[in-house]
Design a protein around this ligand. Sequence first.
Ligand code: ADP
Length: 286
Amino acid sequence: MNHDLRSYVSTLLKESIIKVFSVQGGDISKAYRIDTPKNSYFLKLNGAINAKKMFQSEAHGLQLIRKTSTIKTPKVLAYDTFEDTAFLLMEFIENKSPSSEDSKNLGLQLAALHKCTSEDFGLGQDNFIGSLAQSNTQHKTWLDFYIYERLLPQLELAQQKRLLSKNECPSIQKIEDVLESLFVDIKPALLHGDLWSGNYLISKDGTPYLIDPASYYGHYEVDIAMSKLFGGFDTSFYEAYFSNLKSDKNTSARIEIYQFYYLLVHLNLFGHSYYGSVFSILKKYF
Ligand code: ADP
């Protein structure tokens, strides 16, 4: 981090900075821990053109979740640009690897978050999934929202990027026919929206925190689908979660359908290595 930015952050915090450490683990931004005499802060930096918008929507998602008082998120202190670099400054959470009890608490608190509802599916503002735009235009039905705001934009992007051909992509009618019988009695639930194992932290005292959200109101099984995409969380997480929210005979099919969105996102972000997983869902359902 350069000297000018360091002094700017120090002025913002109204504290002197003792030490700055690089933090590994982010896909998208550079990350730092900033220590002052009494506190620690977490700073993300990104020089991309849309980075300020990305940080703005991340801050909005963190605040939206925080306001529900169901599960914690780090407190956001500022987001802005300094020279040509966007930044997001928040509380630093000293963390540890999760015990089975911590995973249980994460499951219980996520279920509480998912009980927060709204009139419509979507959100008043768009956000990002990774570095890709994620449209949250509101719809009255989950079927419409999931087709028009989730699957179609990613299928179209994959065609533009020549990662899928037109023939491989199902028609709107076909998608509707498949999903209609699976999407029954679904109510809007506030989601994290990108819940893989790198997007929650357990603080040293065992408190779960959600980070890096791509929030909107959708079906609660979407967060479960993402949590299972790369290996899954601890069994105590799922036991606690499903003691609060119901599953039914179509849950496992819906989970694959929801993973399909994230796999398309990975295909569009990281390329052909995700084609095989995308193809097997296309073949199985469409
Ligand atoms: P990116 O948006 O680039 O993927 P993340 O928000 O996922 O970045 O942050 C990168 C890593 O930094 C995370 O995997 C996590 O380990 C750590 N991290 C994120 N936020 C905090 C925080 N508030 N306090 C402590 N560590 C954090």
